[in-house]
Design a protein around this ligand. Sequence first.
Ligand SMILES: *Cc1c(COP(=O)(O)O)cnc(C)c1O
Length: 373
Amino acid sequence: MRIETLAVHAAYSVDPATGAVAPPIHLSTTFGRDEAGVPLAGHTYIRESSPTQDLLEEALARLEGGEAALVFGSGMAAGLAVVQALPPGSHVVLPDDAYYGYRVAARDFFPKWGLEATFAPLDRPGALEAALRAETRLVWLESPSNPLLKVTDLARAASVARAAGALVLVDGTFATPILQRPIELGADVVLHATTKGMGGHSDVAGGALVFAARGELLEKVRHVRTVLGAVASPFNSWLVLRGLRTLAVRARVQSETALTVAKALEAHPGVSKVNYPGLGSHPGYDVARRQMSAFGSMISFHVAAGREAAIAAVGRARLFTRATSLGGVESLIEHRATSEGEASTAPPDLVRLSIGLEHPDDLVADLDAALRT
Ligand SMILES: *Cc1c(COP(=O)(O)O)cnc(C)c1O
């Protein structure tokens, strides 16, 4: 079955008990047992598993081409559950442009967990090889990355990591499984902040891990989730499942619009550089064309006149909403260094855009007016 069809149908059709075409939300925190003490439907307590969360996990596993999925209360909780499943003494390699929350986690929590981290420009050939150590247990990849839209050759990086005996995690939040399929490229686990494109409407927080195979890693991470408690609520699971149903059309239209906006920005005299993997000028263009079916809804660009001009341009936007986050139906604009705060490595002249479902002409006109001084 093709991914558009899976997005609509995976994990649920009609409820045999009621005939309901839309899936139910089961809010129950506890689940009954028979006379012998056996759980009636496999569930016991909400922190272990619940029916609506199960539906979302099954749908995600099918969409991403994995054997199993686990969902969490946030993208941070999902990613860090993999890290927390590593033995103390492990070394983790991450991209220098990893989502800033994970950089903060590596700085403030990895040492307490007995872990070491190396950040390297993993979009460049040879950088991963140089960062690996005998104790490297996990190679963390993110492509396209946040906020510089760097593109890493996932198949190549995965085979280097695998040869070194390390697990491969790909943060696929920017691409979604509609545009890029990391498990087919060699990833052991794919991470999504479902808060973003999967939820798709800026109204739900969540995270997900999809595992290429059932096995030890899945069970260790499940243990972290159950004991440390970072489960997704039934309502949030339901909202993400609802978002998945329209993900394929949203991802395609947002990618087309983003390419139009990126080209307009590249031609704009007020802009010194545009980071979008769908532009021929992007250093990762060829790799992106190979491993993505379209280039996604995220763009960042550098304002020629520098930091103050970038902040002023963001302030003049009328149609773009000034806010962080991404993947919703409304287009967002932010001065990225301001949003990230003290841990930011974002260039001071960088503006980040999340492209929504508005008409591209209106978005280009808004940016043109905002960049005019
Ligand atoms: C937002 C985001 C996360 C973290 O997700 P939360 O739901 O905010 O915890 C992780 N990775 C990427 C690429 C993100 O954009």
